[in-house]
Ligand binder design. Sequence first.
Ligand SMILES: O=C(O)CCCC[C@@H]1SC[C@@H]2NC(=O)N[C@@H]21
Length: 293
Amino acid sequence: MPQWLPQKRLWVNRLPHRRTQAWSSPESFLLTRCQPVSETGPTGWPEGVARHILERVDSTNAEAMRLAPHLSGPAWVLAHRQEAGRGRRGRAWTDPPGNFAASLVMRPEGGAGDAARLSFVAALALHQALIRLCGPHLNIALKWPNDVLLNGGKLSGILLESAGAGGQVATLVIGIGVNLSQAPDVGQVEAGATRPVSLKGETGLTITPEEFLDALAIAFDDWHRQMRTYGFAPIRQAWLARAAKLGETITARTGTVETTGVFEGIDETGALILMTPRGKQAIPAADIYFSGG
Ligand SMILES: O=C(O)CCCC[C@@H]1SC[C@@H]2NC(=O)N[C@@H]21
C-alpha cells in the first residue's frame, strides 16, 4: 500500500450534505487529507437531486422504482442493509454491513439507447469517486459492461432497470453496489467469475456509505452533464482510457454462446467490439471472462 494512503476514514465535515475533497496528486493528498471541509462553503451535492437514506430495504432498486411516481426530480436511495439485493442477469447481490448499496432514479432524456449508455456514466462516476476519496494511485479499472475492478478483483457492480412503454424509458434506476467493507464469500460467486474484493480488504481504508454517496452523486452529476452537453463520444473515450484488458484477448459469454477475441473497444452504442478469427464482432450484452480470473 502506498505510504500516503490513510489508514482510517477521511475527515469530512458532518453536515447532512457534505463536500468531499478532490485529490489531484499524492502530494496534495498528503497535505490536505486532515483538513476539515469548510462548513459554510457550498455543499457540492447536486442541485435538485433528492436523497433518501434507509436503514433496511428489500432492494434499493425496487424502492427507487416504487418512489418514482412520487418524485419531482432525480433522487438517490441509499440503504444500510438490503434483504433482497439484485444483481445482473437475475443473480442475487449480497451486502455485508458497511457496504454501499444505492440507486439513482431519474427520468432520462432520449430513448432506451441513451438510457443504457448511462451505465458508462455511472462507471466513470464510481472511478472518480474512488480516486477522490482514496487517492490517485488506487489501482482501479473498468470492466465491460459495468463493473469496477480494484487490484483486478470485482469491487463494484451496476444494475440498470427501467420502466416505460413504446420504446421510451419513463423511469430509469441505476443501482450501484460497492464492497466498501467486505467482499461476499467466494462461494457465492459463479465459477470463472472475477474474484470479489473489498476496499477495506485491499487498501485498509474505511469509507462510510454516506461519505461514498456524496462523492458518487457529485461525480455522477459531472459526467452526466458532460454527456448531456457533448454526447457519448467523450464518455466512451474516458471509459476506454480506464478499461481493463483493452487490446487483450477476452471471452464474452451470452447464454451458451462464447466469443473469444481481442478487446478492441466499444462502439457508439456501448457494445463490446471483439476482433475474432471470423472478423470484428459487436456484442451488445454478455458476461466477460478474463483468462486467469
Ligand atoms: O451484478 C452486478 O454486478 C450488479 C450488482 C448491483 C447491486 C446493486 S446494490 C444497490 C442496487 N440495488 C439492488 O438490488 N441492486 C443494486
